[in-house]
Ligand binder design. Structure first.
Ligand code: HC0
Ligand code: SF4
Length: 567
């Protein structure tokens, strides 16, 4: 440790830290805009500047390491004046329409403008750039951009895609696709990583929550909602909880108070996916089929494959993603049980993901002529609805999902993190193939944040080699190795976002260090607390096969639960 002095007080801090990290650790909040813990440091926005004794210029705290004996002022008049000046410049081309902005109340820029009391410092010079509404997943309003460059770095560093780059100069510097094309005309996979790091409302999910409010107000249809595995470990953050707080019961209660008739769990369909996809894998092993087999539940990955590696689409599992399976069953199996037709049912999916919005519009996912899922809302949009309706989240009782599409196992819970779909599939495939009970359900090799994880699983008379990749750049590296013949696996789980769905582009924005690790711990805690931890032991799934589908890969399963891709 080294000794530093902050505004006259002495502290011991770790010598590897920057001034920003050290000050935040000891309880000083230095403002930032271009800084984000998941991204590289550029030090361009100049709102984290501090005074360092002996240095002539103010130093960017995010890009300056601490040193022994360093005397730092974070709150001097000189610092405040500089920060206010820099914020004033940014405000001069930022519209003042906070009241109708989709991130109102959750905007880092708005908070700083208020904190530093920035008013009319420079004449307004707005850009008047048209909105980009080309994507079914994302909404881009470059009038609100403050040119922090986080979106550019997220797309390049995390996703390996570089769809956006900073173009133009001065007031007109903006993160745009090549040739200023609409985002839908690029290789953008709709992952939303750019949106989840945007400190303002320049890139957001396409807002769909008003459609849901209108449908609830009309209430002509049976209103069904389902929640993805990763939403329950993150939604609390929208209400001030720490990352990794599990608020499943309150979320269910809030959805009932919003007006939904049935609250179902995507986790039920995750168990079902394991039976369909696991059977598909074992079928390919026994009867020959395309290897490697890839998981197909992540729509960002399906988009990436269709756009960059179409030669591999035949290797994707044909299983629909769990929320689409649940949508299909809600409109058939469940509808029949309550005496309704598919078109009488309205299904909303609450997802940690922006790409699920575009997935839900795919023609080939229709069931009996209607969409399986009508609207997808992100975790952030659900948080917003609960706040708009003033539902007292903190004091809600814990309620249970409705039956039967609300019953699930620990294996389904772990779908929400990288490695979880693989681990759940292995728990089931092992027991079905060998007919023996697994001595231990945990597969440690596929857990954690390593970009590409691998394992070899012994099935008695045969071994299968598996891999797990998450985050676009790791995914691209892995697929390139497969293409060149440098690597071979039988079964591969891919999630396009870093960390899997816990780090999805629709999750609460966070710049707390360790937020993904804590969400991941919460996911595994849900699995450990579950009484049933293997998908093939889910009693509601077994009953569904008995009463309705027959067996995995049956004719009806194919009709309702499987799909095809663009190639
Ligand atoms: Fe996921 Fe899913 S696990 S993609 O990461 O498979 O979004 O949370 O809902 O559908 O179950 C996201 C999360 C899901 C789906 C499931 C899968
Ligand atoms: Fe890049 Fe994903 Fe944003 Fe598209 S949605 S621009 S792929 S980060």
């Amino acid at each position: 440790p080294v000794t530093i002095f902050v505004d006259g007080k002495e502290y011991q801090v770790n010598e590897d830290k920057t001034i920003l990290e050290a000050c935040r650790d000891i309880g000083y909040d230095i403002p930032t805009l271009c800084y984000h813990p998941a991204l590289s440091v550029v030090g361009s926005c100049r709102v984290c500047v501090v005074e360092v004794e002996g240095a002539r210029n103010l130093a960017p705290a995010c890009a300056t390491k601490v040193a022994d004996g360093m005397v730092i002022k974070v709150n001097s008049d000189r610092v405040k004046k500089a920060v206010k000046f820099n914020l004033g410049l940014l405000l001069s081309n930022h519209p003042n329409d906070c009241m109708t902005c989709d991130v109102n109340g959750r905007c880092e820029f708005q908070d700083l403008i208020y904190r530093f009391d920035v008013k009319d410092m420079f004449p307004k010079e707005l850009r008047n750039t048209p909105y980009d509404e080309s994507s079914p997943s994302l909404f881009r309003d470059m009038n609100k951009c403050i040119a922090c460059g986080r979106c550019v770095r997220a797309c390049e560093e995390l996703q390996g895609l570089s769809i956006l780059s900073m173009v133009n100069r001065g007031h007109y510097t903006l993160p745009l696709p090549a040739l200023s094309a609409p985002i839908a005309a690029t290789d953008c996979i709709n992952c939303g990583q750019c949106a989840t790091v945007c400190p303002v409302g320049a890139i957001t999910e396409r807002p769909d929550f008003r459609k849901v409010l209108e449908e609830i107000d009309r209430h002509e249809k049976v209103l069904i909602v389902q929640t993805a595995p990763a939403v329950r470990v993150a939604l609390g953050e929208e209400f001030g909880e720490e990352p990794g707080t599990i608020t499943t019961g309150k979320m269910v209660a809030a959805l009932r108070r919003l007006g939904f008739d049935y609250v179902f769990d995507t986790n039920f369909a995750a168990d079902l996916t394991i039976l369909e996809e696991g059977s598909e894998l074992l079928d390919r092993v026994k009867n020959g089929g395309n290897f490697p087999m890839f998981t197909s539940c992540c729509p960002g990955w399906v988009n990436l494959m269709e756009k960059l590696y179409p030669e591999y689409t035949k290797n994707l599992s044909s299983a629909k993603s769990p929320h689409e399976m649940l949508g299909a069953l809600a409109k058939t199996y469940f509808a029949e049980r309550i005496g309704k037709k598919p078109e009488d049912i309205f299904v909303v999916s609450i997802m940690p993901c922006t790409a699920k919005k575009d997935e839900a519009t795919r023609e080939q996912l229709k069931v009996k002529g209607v969409d399986g899922v009508d609207v997808v809302l992100t975790t952030r949009e659900l948080g917003k609805l609960i706040k708009m309706k003033k539902i007292p989240y903190e004091s809600l009782p814990e309620e249970e999902y409705d039956k039967p599409l609300g019953i699930s196992t620990g294996a389904a819970a772990i779908f929400g993190t990288t490695g979880g779909v693989m681990e759940a599939a292995l728990r089931t495939a092992y027991e079905i193939y060998t007919g023996k009970e697994l001595p231990r359900v945990e597969f440690e090799d596929v857990r954690g944040f390593t970009g590409v994880k691998e394992a070899v699983v012994n099935l008695g008379d045969r071994e299968i080699k598996v891999a797990v990749a998450h985050g676009g750049s790791n995914v691209i590296n892995l697929v390139e190795k497969l293409r060149s013949g440098e690597a071979y696996y039988d079964f591969i789980e891919i999630m396009a976002c870093p960390g899997g769905c816990i780090g999805g582009g629709g999750q609460p924005k966070s710049n707390k260090p360790g937020y993904l690790e804590r969400r991941m711990e919460a996911i595994y805690a849900i699995d450990e607390m579950s009484t049933i931890r293997k998908s093939h032991e889910n009693p509601a799934v077994l009953k569904l096969y008995e009463e309705y589908l027959g067996q995995p890969l049956s004719h009806l399963s194919h009709e309702l639960l499987h799909t095809h891709y663009k190639d």
